[in-house]
Design a protein around this ligand. Structure first.
Ligand code: FPP
Length: 252
């Protein structure tokens, strides 16, 4: 993990936006059910919300936005729903990549890519490759992502380094493990938002969330917009982050 390069100087009296916001986009199905629509329609509207929120995050000065678009556990959904989600991802990359690139957005993918279908694999690589030198906002797409799997593969890599004599077991610490996570060059999230009322992490960024603030909102993902993002950031600013230390009053 490294700290972001170009943190903007806040205007006087204006709170610095969180550097990294991560979002669990939940509630597409419930949004659709509430309207008597198929789940597919909820996911389609979810992609529209995503498009707007990426733009809004950029406008609000958020430098890293991570979205949980497909979890390692989502494969257990019915085959036709998985097909729909894959189709939406393909369309999202095909339709939006040029615009993201034009807007200087760098796309990064986290998650396990080895077993993905070749067309999905190729599209994700294309998105990363095309935008890799962009220096504006970074959009991190968590796809086929599971935090426990990510931590386990990092532990495996460390074990291999120890077995080959490259590393002594006594040298293993948090930084060494973090250097093998998919997010190794991405700052940890400051704020994690989950929509649709559930209050859990569901195997998302377990390691990286160590000091994140959590904001849970009842809004279903398709209804989440710039105002909702701003409200979550306002809530973040009300929190006092101590990173395990003491607050100013207790230190005095
Ligand atoms: C949760 O809704 C949403 C997801 C399964 C992932 C988010 C997916 C999108 C926004 C659309 C796809 C976008 C890309 C880029 C792949 P849910 O189905 O769990 O809702 P529910 O809990 O109400 O059933």
């Amino acid at each position: 993990m490294s700290m972001p390069d170009a943190a903007q100087k806040p205007e006087a009296g204006v709170a610095t936006p969180p550097v990294h916001v991560a979002i669990i986009m939940d509630g597409n199905g419930r949004w659709a059910a509430a309207r008597g629509l198929p789940r597919r329609e909820g996911h389609r509207r979810g992609v529209e919300a995503l498009r707007n929120v990426v733009k809004a995050a950029g406008e609000l000065g958020v430098r890293y936005l991570t979205i949980y678009s497909f979890s390692a556990e989502n494969w257990s959904r019915p085959a036709d729903e998985i097909e729909d989600l894959m189709g939406l991802l393909k369309r999202f990359v095909r339709n939006d990549l040029a615009d993201l690139h034009k807007n200087d957005v760098r796309v990064r993918i986290i998650g396990e890519r080895a077993n993905l279908k070749p067309d999905i694999h190729a599209l994700l690589s294309e998105a990363e490759e095309l935008t890799k030198n962009n220096s504006g906002q970074t959009l991190v797409v968590a796809f086929n992502y599971g935090a426990q799997q990510e931590i386990a593969q990092a532990a495996k890599k460390l074990a291999e380094e120890v077995a080959s004599g490259k590393l002594a077991a006594a040298e293993i610490d948090a930084a060494k493990l973090a250097a093998h996570l998919h997010t190794k060059d991405i700052p940890d999230p400051d704020l994690i938002i989950r929509t649709s009322g559930e209050q859990r992490l569901s195997n998302f960024l377990l390691w990286q969330a160590a000091y994140a603030e959590f904001v849970f909102v009842p809004t279903h993902w398709p209804d989440f917009d710039k105002a909702a993002l701003q409200a979550a950031i306002d809530e973040f600013h009300k929190r006092e982050r101590r990173f395990g230390g003491l607050d100013a009053k207790a230190r005095a």
